[in-house]
Design a protein around this ligand. Structure first.
Ligand code: ATP
Length: 584
């Protein structure tokens, strides 16, 4: 991992800032006007002192004071414009960035998520973007203003007194030196704090998702301690970072005010000896304070930019991760009409996490259009892996899958997945209503189609019995309905897709015979029009399959009908006795 660099931070955010060019120029103009008015106040002060006080002239004193008021009004207007524009630009930029990261995350293959905790990704999306937003809406505009004031202030200093200006300039490196050296340490600690906090938030989100397990095992205190440990780590590093930051601020303050006192002393001598007017000294001190506070303001800037760079670097890590499963530049169109014949040719596959332990070995199988093929095998034999490859969640290490003779890697990912429907063992139910969950299969479906799909999936009866029927909210992950009901909602979802290929992972938990029968009937409906692949756990399912594939450690051990396999495959007999016997 490279060290965060401020320059790369700007480069990284520039595409998200591009749409705001016009408004940025306006904001910059407002900033220059605001800075000019501040500098003009110094001139006003000089005139008030020299021509008002020193000359004992009441009329001029009033005149210059009024002018000062006008300048201050302009300053207020320009500051409003600057602040308002910059805040909106910052918010808009971060919104675009957040959406880009989310869009990219949604396209990354499951292989990416195999090695990461969703919790730390969430912290990446929310905390890091918020941090960048703070820097771009608050810190950077202030820094830019400081910079303009610094340049303008220096110019005015030299205009007022070259000798004193040289003293001030000599002091600037004194202020910059600690900022630069300590800034490095600050960057390092900032990154570490963020890493520890990300760890803590990953743990937080995981344990809350698993709150039932935590409570069932009585592990509340255990989880709390682990969370506290992560927080403690962050706290320790944060304490170091805060000490350095505070030390830096104290150092800069003493240097700045020490310098101002020195200037007052030297300048005061000049006024007394008559080589400088009191107004010039007043103006000079005013500008010196502006210059010094502008430089001092950069102390925090370094730390804040470091934090934002760290955050951006993490977001870039995500954005720069290539989506392994992407559509080819010139995808082959889906064959018309599509029959749904599948061919798995010499497939070998190892999960990216375990490249040396292949899960499938030279696996070949032809599946005819509208055929129903059941897969059986011991746990870990590779049944779900075949489904993952069929859904293009992973690319095979070698070999290929074809649909109607076209290798699926030549098809657009979305188009290919569009002809599939999957019903998994524990289907994911989103926190919306029943209707929303069914409509997930086909967003264009109207209410009538949703209800028809639910009826076909034998789900209508239990849905209408829910308190608000199709509008009932199912709670996070569908906690308010049973596993069998979730599966029927998933089957309705699949119906809405009018799939050519159906991938079905049967529930292992035993359902009551009525639910079982309903699910069976629902699937019979769906299977009539699809090529169906089933990970089978029930005898009733395998008996209805055209062919059954017996898997053993990623290889085909035997293929045949139920009767055939009973006589030729001892593994099948064993599986029937142990596993498939249930739920008949
Ligand atoms: P079950 O019936 O228990 O679901 P299965 O036949 O579906 O088992 P798979 O889930 O395909 O088996 O797993 C096959 C092998 O691949 C197992 O040894 C498993 O440990 C491994 N495996 C599965 N998923 C991953 C993953 N994401 N990363 C690494 N290895 C994996």
């Amino acid at each position: 991992m490279t060290k965060p660099k401020t320059a790369s931070l700007f480069k990284a955010v520039s595409p998200y800032l591009a749409p705001y060019k016009g408004r940025m120029i306006l904001a910059l103009l407002a900033m220059v006007v605001a800075a000019a008015t501040v500098l003009a106040v110094g001139q006003g002060m000089r005139l008030v002192v020299d021509q008002g006080f020193a000359a004992h002239n009441q009329e001029l004193l009033s005149q210059w004071s009024w002018l000062l008021f006008v300048i201050i009004l302009v300053m207020a207007g320009a500051s409003f414009t600057r602040s308002n524009l910059l805040s909106n630009i910052g918010e808009g930029m971060v919104r675009r960035l957040r959406e880009a990261v989310y869009a990219h995350l949604l396209r990354l293959s499951p292989a990416y998520y195999d090695v990461r905790q969703t919790g730390s990704l969430l912290s990446g999306l929310t905390a890091d973007t918020t941090l960048i937003q703070t820097v771009f809406t608050g810190v950077l505009p202030v820094a830019l203003r400081n910079f303009i004031m610094l340049v303008g202030g220096l110019f005015m200093l030299f205009l007022t007194s070259t000798k004193l200006s040289l003293y001030v300039l000599a002091g600037v490196p004194l202020i910059l030196l600690p900022i630069i050296t300590l800034g490095r340490k600050l960057r390092l600690y900032s990154r570490q704090v963020q890493d520890h906090l990300a760890e803590a938030s990953a743990h937080l989100s995981e344990s809350l998702q698993a709150v039932r397990t935590v409570q069932a095992f009585g592990r509340e205190a255990f989880e709390q301690q682990q969370f506290a440990r992560n927080n403690q780590k962050a706290l320790l590093v944060a304490a170091k970072r805060n000490r350095i930051r505070a030390f830096l601020a104290a150092m800069v303050i003493s240097l700045v005010f020490g310098g101002v006192t020195f200037v007052l002393w030297v300048g005061g001598m000049d006024v007394l000896s008559g080589t400088m007017s009191p107004g010039d000294l007043a103006g000079f001190v005013f500008y010196a304070v502006i210059v010094a506070s502008s430089v001092g303001g950069m102390a925090d800037l370094q730390g804040d930019l470091a934090k934002a760079s760290g955050a951006m670097e993490r977001l870039l890590d995500i954005l720069n991760t290539p989506a392994l499963i992407a559509s080819p530049a010139h995808p082959t169109p889906l064959p018309e009409p599509l029959t749904g014949a599948l061919s798995l040719k010499n497939l070998s596959f190892a999960y990216p996490m375990a490249p040396d332990a292949p899960t499938l070995h030279d696996f070949s199988l032809d599946i005819a259009a509208r055929e129903t093929v059941a897969f059986v095998g011991r746990s870990g034999a590779g049944k779900s892996t075949i489904f993952s490859l069929l859904q293009r969640f992973y690319n095979p290490s070698s070999g290929q899958i074809t649909l109607d003779g076209v290798p699926i890697q030549q098809l657009a990912v979305g188009a290919y997945r569009g002809v599939l429907a999957t019903v998994s063992q524990e289907p994911f139910i989103f926190a919306g209503s029943v209707a929303d969950n069914i409509r997930y299969g086909n967003l264009a479906a109207d209410d009538a189609a949703v209800i028809a799909a639910a009826k076909a999936a034998y789900a209508d009866a239990f849905i209408t019995a829910l308190p608000e029927g199709y509008n009932t909210s199912l709670g996070e992950k569908g906690v308010r309905i049973s596993v069998g009901q979730k599966q029927r909602i998933a089957i309705a979802r699949a119906f809405l897709r009018h799939p050519t290929i159906l991938l079905l992972d049967e529930v292992t938990s035993s359902l009551d015979s009525l639910s079982e029968q309903h699910i069976q009937q629902a699937l019979d409906h769906l299977r009539q029009t699809c090529t169906t692949l089933i990970i089978a756990h029930r005898l009733s399912t395998v008996q209805q399959a055209d062919r059954i594939v017996v898997l053993d450690s990623g290889r085909i051990s035997a293929i045949g009908t139920h009767q055939e396999l009973l006589s030729i495959s001892s593994l099948y007999q064993e599986l029937c006795a142990l596993q498939l016997g249930k739920g008949t």
